[in-house]
Design a protein around this ligand. Structure first.
Ligand code: FAD
Length: 398
């Protein structure tokens, strides 16, 4: 009998958790499971703002896929997916001549920056999205600081962060922690550095309780961060940014965190998308494709008909991966899949190492060092889910 082929694209929160689940629940020989990822490692996206600011080394934000995936259970291929053919049920990779065939496809390829059509953004801004990208941001920023010693131009030590959502605020918080050390290293007076956070929406951290928003902005302002709220960026140039009203902010480092859309490969595969993301059914399937499951940042899950979709988070991607890791086994055994239900455990946004704000469960507010502690616990929990206590002890930062 032909062994069914399950192909998982992307070893992010969703894809890796799916692979882990299948590795655990499938009997040997019950299916052929293949995981494809462009790097040999998984990056812990929720920590990428730290190496991007230079407050921790990028190795703390990645782990080898081989350390969590069993090679006898899951076949891992390191390569880049270049196209998905949903009719022939084949996936093409950059460095493999023969395409991969599948009976079941799990797409967990994450997101791409959403630029909202802002001119020059893709060409001139940095994005916090991978180990490569954050290494570049940190090194670029440091190089600009080192140049300031010779050429005292203010823009060299001005950092613009576009977007004051979750990622933007977390990054700004890390920058605030990083600056004293960086300024000492390059003999720059701390008060000369400008960290400018620009947001088009009427408030920072949209969706968060006003008390928490005020706590976050008061704290960051006390550390010298400048906010331009309700202020769309009209253009990003090689010199900095131009705001909608025409004002120019000269900055040698511009980091865009203003939003994400689904991975373009999904759209290109002819799957119906809304801003690059797929409205999946209760079993996480793409519309019209019984055998294709979409999880994580490329998927859209609605709590109910008239509500807005859940925001793309590691938390929902992880739960989707856990769901598929179990339910795909049910499908293979001829059973009926359950319906995916998302259980929010709350959200914590860090403001540097010792400060954070957030909500636990549905609406219990936390802030300050307590919230920061909870944030660390959630990071350790991810390591625990992937590799148990030994991975926590090996990779966890306490
Ligand atoms: C700085 C920052 C902080 C965040 N903090 C939080 C937080 O505290 N809590 C929270 O819940 N969420 C947080 N998020 C959001 C969260 O990280 C994402 O929602 C989550 O990573 C989505 O998981 P995913 O599985 O969809 O994709 P990802 O984790 O992005 O993984 C996608 C994988 O696919 C691979 N891939 C992509 N394209 C290809 C290709 N063509 N070929 C092969 N492989 C490919 C990538 O290399 C990657 O390994 C944060 C995001 C950022 C940027």
């Amino acid at each position: 009998m032909k062994v069914p082929k399950i192909l998982i694209l992307g070893a992010g929160y969703g894809g890796l958790m799916t692979a882990k689940g299948l590795q655990k629940h499938l009997r040997p020989g019950e299916a052929e499971v293949t995981l494809v990822n462009q790097n040999s490692y998984h990056y812990i996206t929720t920590k990428l703002h730290e190496p991007a600011a230079g407050t921790s080394h990028h190795d703390h934000a990645r782990l080898a896929i081989s350390s969590v995936i069993h090679p006898h259970r899951v076949n891992f291929i390191q390569d880049q997916v270049t196209s998905i053919d949903t009719i022939a049920k084949k996936v093409t990779l950059a460095d493999h001549k023969d395409p991969l065939e599948y009976d079941y496809l799990v797409i967990g390829l994450g997101s791409a920056p959403e630029t909202f059509g802002i001119k020059g953004l893709l060409e001139n801004a940095f994005f916090i999205r991978s180990i490569d990208s954050v290494r570049m941001i940190r090194e670029h920023m440091e190089y600009m600081f080192s140049q300031y010693a010779e050429d005292k131009k203010d823009e060299l030590i001005t950092i613009v962060v576009g977007g004051a959502g979750f990622t933007g605020i977390e990054y700004v918080g890390e920058l605030v922690d990083r600056m004293p050390e960086l300024c000492r290293e390059y003999d720059i007076p701390l008060e000369k550095v400008r960290i400018v956070n620009i947001e088009a929406a009427p408030s920072v951290l949209p969706g968060f309780d006003p008390d928490l928003v005020n706590y976050a902005t008061d704290y960051l302002k006390s550390k010298g961060v400048e906010f331009h709220i309700n202020t769309p960026i009209a253009e990003c140039t090689t010199e900095g940014v131009i705001l909608k009203g025409g004002e120019e902010i000269k900055a040698s480092t511009v980091v865009w965190t203003g939003g994400v859309r689904g991975n373009k490969l999904v759209e290109d595969a002819g799957i119906e998308t809304m801003r690059g993301r797929v409205k999946v059914d209760g079993q996480l399937r793409a519309p019209g494709h019984e055998e294709i499951f979409i999880i994580g940042d490329s998927s859209l899950v609605f709590p109910s008909e008239n509500e807005r979709p859940y925001p793309p988070t590691a938390q929902i991607a992880t739960q989707q991966g856990q769901f598929l890791g179990k339910n795909l086994v049910t499908v293979l055994r001829g059973g009926k899949m359950e319906t995916f239900v998302y259980h929010t455990k709350g959200t914590i946004a860090s403001l540097g190492r010792k400060e954070a704000i957030g909500v636990l469960g549905k609406n219990s507010k936390v802030m300050g060092i307590k919230a920061s502690f909870v944030k660390r616990i959630t990071e350790l929990r991810w390591l625990y889910l992937l590799g148990g206590i030994s991975l926590v002890l090996r990779k966890g930062k306490f």
